[in-house]
Design a protein around this ligand. Structure first.
Ligand code: SF4
Length: 360
């Protein structure tokens, strides 16, 4: 088991483009709670907060009214439910979206350390206490997973990391995991835009286990690290077959190839504090023009596919959430690439090395 903090190498020549500007404005304070309960309610009461804006992720929408009711009863504060969908700890409501709120309660996400907060914020990570580490370790042996393995997980299952590492060692499987960069608060944590905790051990492992469900993180992880990725559901003890990275990369290279003749590029920039890479967008516009292309920036908060209908761009490069280009591109009227893919499309980077768009 490791927990390392060495700097990640950034590809020469790309550093100025991939670097994100530091946000110089001061951030509001935040507190972190593993789950809803008396500690959170007491802290909110003692803080004197008068109006709470509550934001819940899609999976908890049905229970949001009940959670709001409990918060109101337990704290004595007004509670506003933020209705806008929330995809990550980077797109919480701005103060003008939640009028009069003097605190945010965000469910299901961990803080992103380098994202500036405009209001005092209470992160409730909704950690899950479930999962039997000994059963999971035996499962890995039964499925003949190699050793050593890297370990990455969603925030809900982070409490299982240490017990699983110990249990796995007892049956002969070594796990390695590491701290990520400044966008990750915990060792072994995954964000859909940042798998640096995995990248730091990738050259010393024969594959990765992702502890969690669904294929969102496994696909992102497989693009970020050139290793097999097995998904292990800690609650049902199911192991999914490894992600087919070659096919993912092939699909992306086809998209890049389809954009090589694009003349007019739209460079997309989000105004969300946690998705705003304006300096990178400006650098990409310059690169495009140097390569004889036309390029303009388009600014938005949450991108809606309808906003791009009828525009005279041949293709887009998205500097906001990397997963929009990777997962949702089919919803948009023109091809959309990530920044490293865009650099490949205009001939600035070679085609033979795929690079995940890590949001640092
Ligand atoms: S940028 Fe995208 S992947 Fe990263 S935290 Fe935000 S929503 Fe999630």
């Amino acid at each position: 088991m490791t927990a390392e903090g060495s700097a990640l190498p950034i590809e020469p020549g790309l550093a100025p483009l991939l670097a994100e500007a530091e946000n110089s404005a001061a951030s509001a304070a935040y507190r972190v709670f593993p789950r809803l309960g008396p500690d959170l309610y007491r802290t909110l009461r003692e803080s004197g907060v008068r109006r709470i804006a509550l934001q819940v992720p899609a999976g908890l929408t049905r229970g949001a009214r009940e959670i709001a009711d409990t918060l109101r009863t337990e704290t004595g504060a007004d509670v506003l439910l933020a209705a806008r969908a929330c995809f990550g700890a980077c797109d919480f409501p701005a103060p003008d979206e939640v009028p009069g709120a003097d605190a945010l309660v965000l469910l299901g996400h961990a803080p992103i350390p380098n994202v500036r907060l405009a209001l005092p914020t209470y992160f409730v990570e909704m950690r899950h206490p479930g999962g039997d580490p000994d059963r999971l370790a035996r499962l890995l042996v039964d499925r003949k997973l190699p050793s050593p393995l890297g370990l990455v997980c969603s925030i809900q299952h982070l409490d299982l990391v240490d017990p699983l590492v110990v249990a796995a060692r007892r049956v002969g499987i070594e796990f390695l995991f590491a701290e990520g960069d400044r966008r990750l608060g915990y060792a072994a944590q995954a964000l859909g835009c940042n798998y640096t905790s995995a990248e730091r051990v990738a050259d010393r492992v024969r594959g990765f286990v992702f502890l969690g469900t669904g294929d969102f993180h496994p696909r992102g992880l497989a693009l970020a690290v050139d290793r097999p990725v097995w998904t292990v559901d800690p609650l049902t003890a199911q192991v999914e077959p490894p992600i087919d990275r070659a096919s993912l990369v092939r699909d992306r290279l086809l998209r890049i190839a389809s954009c090589r003749d694009a003349r007019r590029w739209g460079v997309l920039v989000s105004s969300f504090a946690g998705q705003n890479r304006s300096p990178m967008a400006l650098a990409l516009v310059r690169k495009a023009r140097e390569r004889g292309r036309e390029a303009e920036t388009l600014v938005f908060a949450r991108l809606d596919p309808a906003d791009l209908i009828g525009r005279d761009f041949d293709a887009y490069v998205n500097t906001a959430c990397p997963r929009i280009a990777l997962d949702d591109a089919a919803l948009y009227p023109r091809p959309m690439l990530t920044p490293p893919e865009f650099l490949q499309a205009i001939g600035e980077r070679p085609l033979d090395e795929y690079r995940f768009d890590t949001y640092h």
